[in-house]
Design a protein around this ligand. Structure first.
Ligand SMILES: [Zn+2]
Length: 195
Protein backbone atom coordinates (compact mmCIF):
# COMPACT_ATOMS: atom_id res chain seq x y z
CA UNK A 1 0.00 0.00 0.00
CA UNK A 2 2.56 2.55 -1.10
CA UNK A 3 -0.19 4.92 -2.26
CA UNK A 4 -1.76 5.03 1.17
CA UNK A 5 1.01 7.34 2.41
CA UNK A 6 0.14 9.91 -0.26
CA UNK A 7 -3.45 10.35 0.81
CA UNK A 8 -3.26 13.84 2.15
CA UNK A 9 -4.04 17.27 0.79
CA UNK A 10 -1.73 19.91 -0.48
CA UNK A 11 1.04 17.98 -2.14
CA UNK A 12 2.32 19.62 -5.32
CA UNK A 13 1.76 17.36 -8.30
CA UNK A 14 2.77 17.56 -11.93
CA UNK A 15 0.85 16.93 -15.16
CA UNK A 16 0.61 13.21 -15.76
CA UNK A 17 1.50 12.33 -12.20
CA UNK A 18 -0.49 9.36 -10.95
CA UNK A 19 -2.69 10.35 -8.04
CA UNK A 20 -4.56 7.17 -7.19
CA UNK A 21 -6.54 4.35 -8.70
CA UNK A 22 -10.22 4.62 -9.47
CA UNK A 23 -11.20 2.35 -6.61
CA UNK A 24 -9.69 4.79 -4.14
CA UNK A 25 -10.88 8.17 -5.45
CA UNK A 26 -13.00 9.28 -8.38
CA UNK A 27 -11.40 11.73 -10.82
CA UNK A 28 -12.49 15.32 -10.11
CA UNK A 29 -11.51 18.72 -11.54
CA UNK A 30 -7.95 18.94 -12.80
CA UNK A 31 -7.54 15.19 -13.19
CA UNK A 32 -8.08 12.52 -15.80
CA UNK A 33 -8.42 8.77 -15.74
CA UNK A 34 -6.85 6.14 -17.95
CA UNK A 35 -7.31 2.42 -17.39
CA UNK A 36 -8.43 2.88 -13.83
CA UNK A 37 -5.57 5.20 -12.88
CA UNK A 38 -6.19 8.85 -12.04
CA UNK A 39 -3.62 11.45 -13.11
CA UNK A 40 -3.12 15.18 -12.65
CA UNK A 41 -3.76 17.56 -15.55
CA UNK A 42 -1.87 20.48 -14.03
CA UNK A 43 0.97 21.59 -11.86
CA UNK A 44 -1.05 22.14 -8.75
CA UNK A 45 -2.07 21.05 -5.29
CA UNK A 46 -3.84 17.75 -4.98
CA UNK A 47 -6.84 17.48 -2.69
CA UNK A 48 -8.23 14.12 -1.65
CA UNK A 49 -11.81 14.43 -0.46
CA UNK A 50 -12.52 11.50 1.81
CA UNK A 51 -16.22 12.33 2.05
CA UNK A 52 -17.04 12.40 -1.64
CA UNK A 53 -14.17 10.00 -2.46
CA UNK A 54 -13.02 12.43 -5.10
CA UNK A 55 -9.57 13.70 -6.00
CA UNK A 56 -9.06 17.16 -7.49
CA UNK A 57 -6.05 19.21 -8.52
CA UNK A 58 -6.12 22.98 -8.03
CA UNK A 59 -3.71 24.64 -10.47
CA UNK A 60 -0.98 26.71 -8.87
CA UNK A 61 -1.53 30.39 -9.46
CA UNK A 62 0.97 31.52 -12.01
CA UNK A 63 3.38 34.13 -10.78
CA UNK A 64 3.13 37.25 -12.93
CA UNK A 65 6.61 36.84 -14.27
CA UNK A 66 6.11 38.08 -17.80
CA UNK A 67 4.53 41.38 -18.87
CA UNK A 68 0.90 41.15 -19.86
CA UNK A 69 -1.41 43.29 -21.93
CA UNK A 70 -2.82 46.14 -19.85
CA UNK A 71 -0.13 45.89 -17.19
CA UNK A 72 1.60 49.07 -16.02
CA UNK A 73 5.33 48.44 -16.09
CA UNK A 74 8.60 50.24 -15.44
CA UNK A 75 11.25 50.32 -18.13
CA UNK A 76 14.52 52.03 -18.85
CA UNK A 77 15.09 53.57 -22.27
CA UNK A 78 18.00 51.74 -23.87
CA UNK A 79 18.17 53.13 -27.40
CA UNK A 80 16.24 55.65 -29.43
CA UNK A 81 15.58 56.28 -33.09
CA UNK A 82 13.50 59.11 -34.52
CA UNK A 83 10.29 57.11 -34.47
CA UNK A 84 10.82 54.49 -31.78
CA UNK A 85 12.45 53.94 -28.40
CA UNK A 86 13.66 50.55 -27.24
CA UNK A 87 13.33 49.85 -23.55
CA UNK A 88 14.22 47.19 -21.04
CA UNK A 89 11.22 46.29 -18.90
CA UNK A 90 12.40 45.59 -15.37
CA UNK A 91 9.34 45.57 -13.16
CA UNK A 92 5.71 46.45 -12.75
CA UNK A 93 3.35 48.16 -10.34
CA UNK A 94 2.75 46.67 -6.89
CA UNK A 95 6.28 45.32 -6.69
CA UNK A 96 5.86 42.75 -9.44
CA UNK A 97 9.17 41.57 -10.80
CA UNK A 98 9.74 39.57 -13.93
CA UNK A 99 11.64 36.38 -14.52
CA UNK A 100 13.88 38.08 -17.04
CA UNK A 101 14.44 41.29 -18.92
CA UNK A 102 11.92 41.95 -21.63
CA UNK A 103 12.09 44.42 -24.46
CA UNK A 104 9.46 47.12 -24.67
CA UNK A 105 8.98 49.21 -27.77
CA UNK A 106 7.62 52.71 -27.51
CA UNK A 107 6.57 54.13 -30.86
CA UNK A 108 6.58 57.91 -31.25
CA UNK A 109 2.80 57.87 -31.82
CA UNK A 110 2.28 56.10 -28.47
CA UNK A 111 4.27 58.52 -26.31
CA UNK A 112 1.68 61.22 -25.78
CA UNK A 113 -1.77 62.25 -26.89
CA UNK A 114 -0.02 65.44 -28.04
CA UNK A 115 1.97 65.30 -31.26
CA UNK A 116 5.60 64.29 -30.73
CA UNK A 117 7.86 64.83 -33.72
CA UNK A 118 10.87 62.76 -32.69
CA UNK A 119 11.21 60.32 -29.82
CA UNK A 120 14.07 62.25 -28.18
CA UNK A 121 11.78 65.26 -27.67
CA UNK A 122 9.96 63.16 -25.09
CA UNK A 123 12.24 60.38 -23.81
CA UNK A 124 15.99 59.94 -23.73
CA UNK A 125 18.35 57.02 -23.19
CA UNK A 126 18.63 56.25 -19.49
CA UNK A 127 15.20 57.63 -18.60
CA UNK A 128 12.92 55.46 -16.51
CA UNK A 129 9.38 55.37 -17.80
CA UNK A 130 6.14 54.12 -16.44
CA UNK A 131 4.21 52.63 -19.35
CA UNK A 132 1.28 50.44 -20.19
CA UNK A 133 1.74 47.20 -22.11
CA UNK A 134 -0.31 47.03 -25.33
CA UNK A 135 0.54 43.56 -26.59
CA UNK A 136 1.05 40.16 -25.01
CA UNK A 137 4.20 39.09 -26.80
CA UNK A 138 7.86 40.00 -26.74
CA UNK A 139 8.91 42.64 -27.80
CA UNK A 140 6.07 44.32 -25.97
CA UNK A 141 4.47 47.40 -27.48
CA UNK A 142 4.16 50.15 -24.88
CA UNK A 143 2.26 53.39 -24.48
CA UNK A 144 2.94 56.32 -22.19
CA UNK A 145 -0.28 58.17 -23.04
CA UNK A 146 -2.10 59.39 -19.95
CA UNK A 147 -1.13 61.66 -17.09
CA UNK A 148 0.26 58.95 -14.83
CA UNK A 149 2.41 57.46 -17.56
CA UNK A 150 5.66 58.77 -18.97
CA UNK A 151 9.10 59.57 -17.62
CA UNK A 152 9.41 59.17 -13.85
CA UNK A 153 13.16 59.64 -13.54
CA UNK A 154 15.67 61.30 -15.85
CA UNK A 155 19.22 62.54 -15.72
CA UNK A 156 20.59 65.81 -17.05
CA UNK A 157 22.04 65.16 -20.50
CA UNK A 158 24.80 67.69 -19.81
CA UNK A 159 26.04 66.76 -16.35
CA UNK A 160 24.23 63.56 -15.32
CA UNK A 161 22.48 65.02 -12.27
CA UNK A 162 18.91 63.77 -11.64
CA UNK A 163 16.47 66.27 -13.12
CA UNK A 164 13.77 67.91 -11.03
CA UNK A 165 10.25 68.49 -12.28
CA UNK A 166 9.31 72.15 -12.58
CA UNK A 167 5.81 72.62 -13.96
CA UNK A 168 5.87 71.03 -17.41
CA UNK A 169 9.65 70.79 -17.77
CA UNK A 170 12.57 69.11 -16.08
CA UNK A 171 15.41 71.18 -14.72
CA UNK A 172 18.90 70.28 -13.59
CA UNK A 173 19.53 71.59 -10.05
CA UNK A 174 23.26 71.65 -10.72
CA UNK A 175 23.80 73.25 -14.11
CA UNK A 176 20.36 74.78 -14.69
CA UNK A 177 19.82 72.88 -17.95
CA UNK A 178 16.13 72.64 -18.84
CA UNK A 179 14.89 69.59 -20.71
CA UNK A 180 11.57 68.48 -22.06
CA UNK A 181 10.09 65.05 -21.56
CA UNK A 182 6.72 63.34 -21.61
CA UNK A 183 6.56 63.59 -17.82
CA UNK A 184 4.46 61.28 -15.66
CA UNK A 185 2.47 62.82 -12.81
CA UNK A 186 4.38 60.26 -10.72
CA UNK A 187 7.75 61.82 -11.58
CA UNK A 188 9.96 61.08 -8.61
CA UNK A 189 11.69 64.39 -8.00
CA UNK A 190 9.57 67.50 -8.03
CA UNK A 191 10.52 71.13 -7.61
CA UNK A 192 9.63 73.46 -4.79
CA UNK A 193 11.02 71.58 -1.81
CA UNK A 194 14.33 70.70 -3.39
CA UNK A 195 15.21 74.06 -4.95
ZN1 LIG B 1 22.97 69.39 -15.40
Amino acid sequence: MVLQAKFYSGKIVFPGEKLCVLEEFMPGDGTFEINGNVYSKFVGRVLYDFVSRKVTVVPLKKVANIPKQGMVIYAVISTTKDDVAFTKIFGAEKGVSFSGTFTGILHVSQISSNYIKVVTDAVKVGDIVKAKVLTSWNPFQLTTKGTKLGVIYALCSKCGTPLIKKRTKLQCPKCGNVESRKISSDYMLSGGKRS
